[in-house]
Design a protein around this ligand. Structure first.
Ligand code: UDP
Length: 442
């Protein structure tokens, strides 16, 4: 046992007997910074998750320090994101030109940076480590062990789950990642899963002890994502036709998210109903990411091959205030993903009063109430998606009625609730560690 674990040695009564929340958490996000714009490259839902969770934890009195790899020169060593939330930039490898796949070779350097930051404080500065994604899990494993504090880990995505549902021709995740994830599952005190389904995947694919796995639904920022002044006003602001059928794709452009299925569905729809062409607008908001980076122009070429360039509008990633307007303007958000650990955009769109058409995979059946707040489709046959789009085309009121149900459904996903549930997981992890130490010392 380390000297720092000894510090926690429990007494039979006094403060150690009480349940205790952490005062300060070291949150690890090696490969992507909470300060990055989500919707392209390595920045997506996990970045949003960390920002929202950290801010809400701070509001509960739990300070958060987020460690992330410095990806440009001239970054200050630390930045206050908001009161109680500090982002620390760690030097590990060259700033630019390092792909996520190359980061395992930099984990030692990153861990060194984390340990140095810790060494500048008194022992006991961090009460708990919360790591995000497997790369951070490896750093967290060592840091938590050294500091004698619990490790709470969130996978966000899992190699075995992704590989089981790859898009045609997509690159599988390497076995080194599977091995790394398996080690983290074993080392972590608690694993946070987005849904019951993901908890089952951790248990089934990675042999996680069921008692270690806690389910915490992610949230949605209900102040930012709300119907506001409605669809017509948003369309006017974005210069979109008032009477258009607008199926929207928003997020990182990569085969896993299957934006190609939306384009193919649009082509099927237009073949069947050519008269819809004059009132169809298909925005694709986001930038290339992951294996999509190998062919950044692939989706543009597909639109050209399908003969639908005139209706598709590619837009670079936008900040969430602007994205909320795209959601409001849309008739339906389309999310035909092959794999999705939760799918924040599905909940965000609903919170803005827009129904969702999604593949019934991963967390999407939790995020979307089939037939109420949107439609879930089994599989990725463009014809099935085209049929649902046709329903929205033929019933212009559907976006409004389902949209109202969607915004009511989305209200059950607040980040405050997610932060409270996460704080409870922290408390349990600390309590359990103390009980273990106590029994080791009687
Ligand atoms: N996003 C954004 N701007 C964009 C596109 C997406 O800010 O132009 C954000 C969006 O609000 C959401 C996140 O990126 O919170 C994507 O999260 P999701 O869980 O849907 O997908 P992930 O990126 O985690 O695969």
């Amino acid at each position: 046992m380390s000297q720092y674990a000894a510090r926690l040695r429990p007494r039979t009564n006094g403060p150690f007997a009480r349940r205790r929340r952490p005062r300060r958490v070291a949150m690890l996000s090696v490969h992507t910074s909470p300060l990055h714009q989500p919707g392209t490259g390595d920045a997506g839902g996990m970045n949003v998750y960390i920002v929202e969770l950290a801010q809400r934890l701070a509001a509960l009195g739990i300070e958060v320090e987020v460690f992330t790899r410095a990806t440009t020169g001239h970054l200050p060593p630390s930045v206050e994101l908001s009161p109680g939330v500090l982002v620390r930039h760690v030097d590990a490898g060259p700033y630019e030109g390092l792909a996520k796949e190359e980061l395992p070779a930099q984990l030692c350097a990153f861990t060194h940076g984390v340990m140095q930051a810790w060494a500048n404080h008194r022992p006991g500065h961090y009460d708990l480590v919360h790591s995000h994604y497997w790369l951070s899990g490896h750093v967290g494993w060592l840091a938590a062990d050294r500091w004698g504090v619990p490790l709470v880990h969130a996978m966000h995505t899992m190699a075995k789950v992704k590989n089981a549902a790859l898009a045609e021709g997509d690159t599988p995740e390497p076995s080194a990642r599977v091995i790394g994830e398996t080690q983290i599952v074993r080392a972590a005190d608690r694993l946070i899963a987005n849904t019951e389904g993901e908890a089952g995947e951790l248990i089934h694919h990675y042999d996680a002890a069921p008692g270690k796995v806690a389910v915490v639904h992610p949230g949605v920022n209900l102040e930012r994502f709300r119907p506001a002044d409605g669809r017509a006003a948003a369309r006017a602001r974005l210069d979109l036709p008032a009477d258009a059928l607008i199926p929207l794709f928003a997020g990182r452009i990569q085969p896993l998210k299957a934006p190609d299925v939306l384009l193919r569905a649009v082509a099927v729809l237009l073949e069947r109903r050519p008269e819809l062409r004059r009132r169809l607008v298909v925005p694709v908001v986001g930038g290339p990411s992951g294996s999509g980076l190998a062919r950044p122009e692939g989706l543009h070429k597909l639109a050209a091959r399908l003969g639908i360039t005139d209706v598709v509008r590619f837009r670079p990633p936008v900040d969430q205030a602007r994205l909320a307007d795209w959601y409001r303007a849309a008739s339906v958000l389309v999310m035909p993903s092959h794999s999705e650990s939760f799918g924040l955009v599905a909940v965000e769109a609903q919170a803005c009063g827009t129904p969702v058409l999604a593949a019934a995979v991963g967390g999407l059946p939790v995020a979307v109430r089939d037939g109420v707040s949107g439609f879930l489709v089994d599989g990725h046959d463009p014809a099935d998606y085209a049929r649902v789009l046709e329903r929205f085309a033929d019933a212009p009121g559907l976006a409004g009625t389902m949209g109202a149900a969607a915004s009511a459904h989305a209200r059950s996903f607040g980040w405050d609730a997610a932060a409270r549930a996460t704080a409870e997981v922290y408390t349990e992890a600390i309590g359990e560690r103390r009980r273990r130490l106590r029994s080791a010392h009687v």
